[in-house]
Design a protein around this ligand. Structure first.
Ligand SMILES: [Zn+2]
Length: 208
């Protein structure tokens, strides 16, 4: 079990959720992927990697290997946080941005994905389905679903809607999919209430 509180999934974007795996929900910064165990926990909570795959990799890999992959994941995250903070709030320029995406392209090139036929079940019963999966040869293959989610976010999200929470010391980012694009906070529970209380205190002060 992790010694951290549950990870934060407020971004309304799976890729951005990964970038929010370091945050300051109260006073102290928490890095949910500070080591191999943390990374495995985060990947399970985010549903990035099936639980049986995580168990297999954990049984096979040395703790030091998992710690090394966690370090690579943190480097990928910090690089991508910089990229998103640079471009958020306006539409991406595809050609110019592509030149910055080498780290992601070189990860994708290592992927050993393939398709297989599986039985899937829904309300109308069982049916056969083409399913994309990958060979999980080493602990490093854990970086691939991370890269995939980041790439999906970069390719499909309108960067005009990507925002940083307005909370004073908050580092969380989100995609604003509200109808009027009026979202300002990571969540009401964290920063929204804090801002409301601060405004309330300010009003009281001004009355006296
Ligand atoms: Zn916030």
């Amino acid at each position: 079990m992790s010694h951290h509180p549950p990870a934060i999934f407020i971004a309304d974007s799976r890729g951005l959720d990964f970038l929010n795996s370091v945050a300051t929900p109260v006073d102290t910064p928490i890095d949910w992927i500070a080591d191999g165990d943390g990374l495995m926990d985060w990947l399970a909570q985010a549903n990035y990697v099936p639980a049986n795959v995580l168990d297999e990799i954990k049984a096979r890999a040395k703790p030091a290997d998992l710690d090394r992959v966690a370090r690579q994941a943190r480097e990928l995250r910090e690089w991508c946080r910089g990229l998103v903070r640079k471009h958020m709030g306006k539409p991406l320029k595809p050609a110019a941005t592509l030149r910055e995406l080498d780290p992601l392209n070189s990860l994708l090139a290592r992927d050993e994905g393939f398709n297989e036929i599986r039985v899937s079940r829904d309300e109308s019963g069982d049916r056969l389905e083409l399913h994309t999966t990958r060979r999980w040869r080493s602990a490093e293959s854990l970086l691939l679903p991370i890269a995939e989610n980041l790439v999906q976010f970069i390719c499909e999200e309108n960067f005009s809607d990507v925002k940083a929470c307005e909370g004073a010391s908050c580092t969380l980012m989100f995609a604003d999919h509200t109808r009027r694009r009026a979202r300002r906070w990571c969540s009401m529970a964290i920063c929204g209430n804090r801002a409301k209380q601060a405004a309330h205190r300010e009003r009281l002060k001004n009355q006296h």
